[in-house]
Ligand binder design. Structure first.
Ligand code: FAD
Length: 394
């Protein structure tokens, strides 16, 4: 162990999208940032499908070369798979990120801005002197940052040590990703509402003409024979794929917990704050977390910048999950409703409503939404800080 601890302005734990974004923004504004990640390569153990929604594609400058073709069609199926509801938009609604290269791109952005990125480095917990213990390839050492950002995902350990809130309402998700052998005419996002395959959520096939993502998610305890069995069953009948593409010789496995209880209330303390999944920044209804983690990371970076530069007392207190959480009320109610669909008959009945003009309009409103995660009030126009005026490229 090194006798003298390192003392960056900010330690960011976790190099998912939230940690990479927060680190890049803070380093770009001249602060010393150490970003640690337990994985040795950012292209391994990916969790997410990587669907970016229109609002993110519009508001953030994502690297085009790491995004799949646009998708405008969403098809919703009841358990019988008969009489699906097809919704088509006049705009590009979704693009699937090639997440390995995208994470590496974000890491280069962060490093070019000055971030000290340390892969294969794990956050262990507190040392005996008010700082943290990390374990990297060279062994265990100490870090005493001025502030700490927990970007270590849905089951954040850092949140626990900062004595902040932690996620308790979680879904489990699992998917397979593979290149398509046969391209189909229309790239589309297919969702099946079937509580036997995906209790409390959805099974999905994303076919963007280049890759297939086939997955299921739901409440872990409610999968009758486990999530692996549900994914296997779904993959055999997944709509939106040609039979040749249902059984690939090889596929990448992804998955993990998805927090759907809404933004946590206590996400900041004088020592640091939570971003991304660690903060519960995921839509409770759609389980989309990529847009929320970018927006909350921007807000986190803005807040920490002010705390570091102006030494404003109590500035971190304004990073207040309880205030932002109010905007999630509607989505939490709909999450509760989706969780109540416990039998195939109930799902079929819900589709009767969905096939009406009002049902289709409501589905369009949710799935082709202008809104995703609410921009925290200080991040909304009229802008006064450069961060607010133009979003820094991802
Ligand atoms: C199966 C699945 C599919 C999904 N699909 C979509 C989708 O299509 N669109 C969408 O918008 N959202 C989707 N989500 C949600 C979305 O992926 C997440 O909300 C988002 O990726 C969260 O990013 P994050 O950076 O907060 O966390 P993560 O990406 O989980 O990053 C956390 C990082 O912290 C690291 N870490 C953890 N502990 C430590 C430690 N002790 N020391 C060092 N490092 C540590 C981890 O290795 C990890 O790299 C999906 C989620 C799942 C599980």
């Amino acid at each position: 162990m090194t006798p003298r601890p390192e003392t960056p302005d900010v330690l960011v734990v976790g190099a998912g999208l939230a940690g990479l974004r927060t680190a890049a923004l803070l380093a770009g504004r001249g602060h010393s940032v150490m970003l640690i990640e337990r994985r040795r390569r950012l292209t391994e153990f990916i969790r997410t499908t990587g669907i970016f929604v229109r609002k993110t594609l519009t508001d953030f400058e994502l690297p085009n070369q790491h995004l799949g073709p646009p998708i405008r069609t969403m098809v919703l199926y009841p358990p019988s798979l008969s009489r699906p509801v097809t919704l088509t938009s006049e705009q590009d609604e979704y693009r699937v990120g090639h997440m390995g290269p995208l994470y590496e791109h974000c890491a280069r952005t962060a490093e070019n801005a000055g971030t000290d990125l340390r892969l294969g480095t794990r956050f262990l917990g507190p040392d005996d002197d008010g700082g943290w213990l990390l374990r990297g390839p060279e062994g265990v050492y100490r870090v005493h940052p001025r502030f700490t950002v927990a970007a270590d995902g849905a089951r954040s350990q850092v949140a626990k040590h900062l004595q902040l809130d932690r996620n308790t309402h979680l879904l489990a998700g699992a998917e397979r990703v593979y290149p398509l052998r046969q391209t189909t005419a229309t790239p589309a996002f297919h969702c099946v509402v079937d509580p036997r395959l995906a209790p409390g959520y959805l099974a999905w096939t994303v076919n963007d003409g280049v890759h297939a993502h086939v997955g299921v998610a739901g409440y872990a305890r409610r999968f009758p024979q486990g999530i692996g069995h549900a994914l296997e069953s779904y993959a055999g009948c997944a709509p939106g794929l040609s039979p040749a593409d249902r059984h690939p010789p090889q596929a990448e496995a992804r998955g993990g917990p998805i927090p759907v209880g809404g933004l946590l209330r206590r996400i900041s303390s004088p020592r640091g704050l939570l971003v991304g999944d660690a903060a519960g920044a995921v839509s409770p209804l759609t389980a989309g977390g990529l847009d929320p983690c970018l927006r909350l990371s921007d807000y986190a970076a803005e807040t920490l910048h002010r705390a570091l530069v102006r030494s404003e007392p109590g500035v971190l207190r304004q990073f207040d999950g309880a205030a932002l959480r109010r905007e999630f009320r509607g989505r939490l109610t709909l999450r509760h409703a989706l969780a109540q669909v416990r039998t195939p008959a109930a799902a079929e009945a819900a589709f009767m409503g969905l096939r009406t003009p009002a049902g289709r309009a409501a589905a369009r409103h949710i799935l082709f939404a202008e809104k995703s995660f609410p921009d925290p009030e200080p991040m909304r126009p009229p802008a006064t800080s450069p961060l607010r005026r133009t979003r820094f490229p991802v």
